[in-house]
Write a protein that binds this ligand. Structure first.
Ligand SMILES: [Zn+2]
Length: 405
């Protein structure tokens, strides 16, 4: 009754506006009173379960009442997506004329625009971009080159950048060296070389860039129900998989990837086959076997070889859910071990995508090397005390690389 009648009256308004916290408190007061007493007001003694528990999703043990603040964010994400995907709408043209579209910074002031800007990083973590004219895409913070934002891929260089808001177009058409402080550290210099290669490979075309998302459900619409579940799972640590999914040193994109993997929602061929997008569910790597999430991450021959190279034996019946109970590798600290495993899964997923979408059949050694680079890039995410965990990962990966000559 609360979800279908009381809330639905407000959905229209919160799809477009940012609701202030005090308003949400007032709405919650009335929803709570209605739930426990069917009246307009209630004393807290009559409420049987804490309100925060009531608005947790049912799969996390809650009552499934909508958390308005989170729902508001999801609906505003839809609005941002519409802005990026609508063709020739007057509103889109107006926003393009008045802001730097990649950052939404510009002439548009007010609470509503501040809110949209504040959830833009979340939107960028949920989407990727196929570059055309490069104009509305953030060079550093959007995912337009392979599977990661360049700020995450090249963190040392990013910290030396003086034009963090630049669009892809700005950078491709300008002198790259002007965008950094004059003296670079050796790590930043080597990352600058990588960046020069990336820039040299990138060509601009006419037309708007194309935004894609796992959560896109066609016609520029975003599946806000799934995003809502994802955000609630992130806020709620009761899920037994939560450590594994929301590892503190994993970037948001990897966290979302692990969440999708744990729900069996990766766009693997078995899922695409169910949606009739592909004609066979068979794995393209090993042919024959159905390509499920578990197959890609654990049982495909390449994945097995990868885990073996890291010193882990994978049983035939192991699933992503059972990975938390894998025996810890000696020399790798117990703390954040699940993040180490999440990073393994992420490498396997990236390798699979490189093969399917770019026909790159990366050998084991190269995947291990990419893993070592990613692990090093995650170092700034660790707390000071936990940097040694990252050091242990990196030296372990280096020793595995030396063995796999
Ligand atoms: Zn396979």
């Amino acid at each position: 009754m609360i979800n279908s009648v009381l809330d639905s009256q407000l959905v229209y308004a919160i799809s477009a506006l940012c609701v202030p916290p005090t308003t949400i408190m007032e709405i919650d007061k009335r929803r709570r009173a209605f739930l426990w007493a069917g009246e307009a007001n209630i004393s807290s003694a009559k409420c049987l379960v804490a309100w925060e528990k009531c608005y947790t999703t049912k799969d996390l043990g809650g009552l499934g009442i909508k958390d308005f603040a989170t729902q508001n964010i999801c609906l505003l994400l839809k609005l941002i997506h519409k802005l990026h995907c609508s063709q020739n709408s007057a509103w889109e043209a107006w926003v393009r004329a008045n802001t730097n579209f990649a950052t939404l910074q510009g002439h548009l002031q007010g609470n509503r625009w501040e809110t949209l800007r504040s959830i833009l990083p979340l939107y960028k973590a949920l989407t990727t971009v196929e570059i055309k004219d490069g104009a509305a895409t953030s060079f550093w913070n959007d995912v337009w080159y392979m599977d990661e934002a360049l700020a995450d891929k090249l963190p040392a260089l990013y910290s030396h950048c003086t034009k963090k808001d630049a669009s892809v177009r700005d950078v491709i058409l300008s002198q790259l060296n002007d965008a950094f402080v004059p003296r670079l550290t050796s790590q930043a210099s080597s990352q600058l070389q990588q960046l020069q290669e990336i820039v040299a490979q990138t060509t601009l075309e006419t037309g708007n860039n194309i935004r894609k998302s796992q959560f896109d459900c066609g016609n520029g619409r975003l599946d806000s129900t799934s995003i809502y579940k994802l955000l609630k799972a992130k806020q709620n640590p009761v899920d037994p998989m939560s450590d594994f999914i929301w590892g503190k040193c994993s970037p948001p994109r990897v966290q979302f990837f692990m969440w999708l993997a744990s729900k069996g929602r990766l766009q693997c061929r078995a899922n695409l086959f169910k949606k009739r997008i592909v004609t066979t569910p068979a794995c393209e790597v090993c042919q024959g076997t159905e390509e499920t999430t578990d197959h890609i991450l654990l049982h495909c021959p390449f994945a097995r070889g990868f885990w073996n190279a890291l010193g882990l034996l994978i049983d035939d019946g192991l699933t992503v859910h059972g990975m938390q109970s894998l025996p810890r590798i000696q020399n790798i600290p117990a703390k954040q071990f699940s993040s180490f495993l999440a990073l393994c899964c992420w490498q396997l997923w990236k390798r699979r995508n490189a093969l399917i979408f770019r026909n790159e059949n990366l050998p084991l050694r190269q995947v291990l090397h990419a893993y070592a680079l990613d692990a090093a890039a995650w170092r700034p995410r660790s707390k000071k005390k936990e940097k040694e965990i990252n050091t242990a990962w990196c030296s372990y990966l280096q020793s595995m690389l030396n063995q796999n000559h």
